[in-house]
Design a protein. Structure first.
Length: 131
């Protein structure tokens, strides 16, 4: 079981990197293919092993939004149970998209979602949001 989970984590990391690279090269179809291979049920385990994974997830969310695949982006965000993490992902996506001047029409929705998630949190000192 542990070996299977480890292989799955390694593949997820590979797919995140390949998806990001394809997106950077403006190869949207390839990026979508790689991101579609990610096993969402293993994301949280990957975060326990490496805090940098949340940045890969955030960039995947941004890439999916740029490619008009909002449901897939939302699916990645939903895999986080912590409201603060979800809020951070929405906010990060909005900042990056505004910097790139891409998908400007979605930025207000992302910021509203970040606010909603933050407001769901009763005590901001509880839980440990991923860095």
């Amino acid at each position: 079981r542990k070996n299977k989970l480890s292989n799955s984590l390694d593949l997820n990391l590979l797919y995140f990197h390949l998806g990001k690279k394809a997106s950077d090269l403006n190869e949207g179809e390839k990026a979508l293919h790689y991101y579609s291979q990610i096993k969402k049920e293993n994301l949280l385990a990957a975060l326990r092993n490496d805090d940098r994974v949340i940045r890969l997830i955030a960039y995947a969310i941004i890439d999916l939004i740029k490619l008009d695949h909002f449901e897939e982006a939302y699916s990645l965000i939903r895999s986080f149970k912590n409201n603060i993490n979800r809020s951070n992902l929405y906010a990060f996506a909005s900042v990056e998209l505004s910097r790139e001047k891409k998908n400007l029409e979605i930025i207000p929705r992302l910021l509203d979602s970040a606010r909603v998630e933050m407001n769901r949190t009763k005590d901001l000192t509880t839980g440990q949001p991923n860095r």
